[in-house]
Design a protein around this ligand. Sequence first.
Ligand code: ZN
Length: 332
Amino acid sequence: MRWAGFVLFASGFTLANAKSPAIVNVPALAAAQRPDAAVTDASCAESRSLNPSGGHIQLDFEAGDFAASPAQICAWVNRGAQAVSHYFGQFPVRDLRMVFRSADSSVVETGTTYGESRYGKPLIVIVLGRGATEAVLERDWVMAHELIHLAVPSLPERNHWLEEGVATYVEPIARVQLGQLTAERVWGDMIHGLPQGLPKAGDRGLDRTPTWGRTYWGGALFCLLADVEIRNRTHNQKSLRDALRGVLKAGGTIEHDWPIERVLAAGDAALGEPILTELYRKMATTPGTAELDTLWQQLGVSLDGRTVRFVDQAPLAPIRNGITASATGPAG
Ligand SMILES: [Zn+2]
């Protein structure tokens, strides 16, 4: 979730969780120690700070009674920061404050990311259940989702779907690329989740239909369609990742208010073709069409109950493999 505008803390706000629960069993985390892991968990627990590539994160625990230890919370932040840094080529902002508030539960309750704060830098507020264990943190998606928000400029309210769409789509992909998730899990969640982003009767396009489904999953659908189109047109040589890196390189972080056209143009410049702008024209003010069942068939992926199956003979199977290829192992 991304909060527009300057914030002075109101205490006790709660925000509903954005995504429905995952449906496929979570794999054991692969060891994903990267050379850009800046500090050890132990030193983070002591200093309450992390230095992901090109950035600095100051952690602030408003409560001290979490079941998870500071070292475990540091490791959780570090995993998210590594995945996001790897995807974007660098940590998105130079300086970040992250505040942990406690809640009477055993889950990661919410995350909210602010481009500006009273600290004079971006701020992520995580509401963490006091009973949340290390295992809960290892399964969590909220941390990576919030960190990804840092890498997209603040957009006008009508374009909020792109901010949430990038965070929703990129989060599992950034994590799978470091071996923190399996490709089966990522595709299973997409097949399960993306139908919620399809236009319903009366839809007026992404810019004019600010429902939960169209904002989170409709935005993610835009990103998936963009990723597939970019890979199609570039023979799988470029991807949405190149476009988003281009936005970041052009200075497009959450600290800056940009019109959506500027975001898309910066991404297109990195691609050398106006692919994002063209897709936006198709989906912004008209419902657009997306035949998801056909797309899954072409990508060679299906969900049979809770089991994800891949068909490597499918025409777009190389694109599917490219999207969820792990940087630490073979694609698939
Ligand atoms: Zn979000």
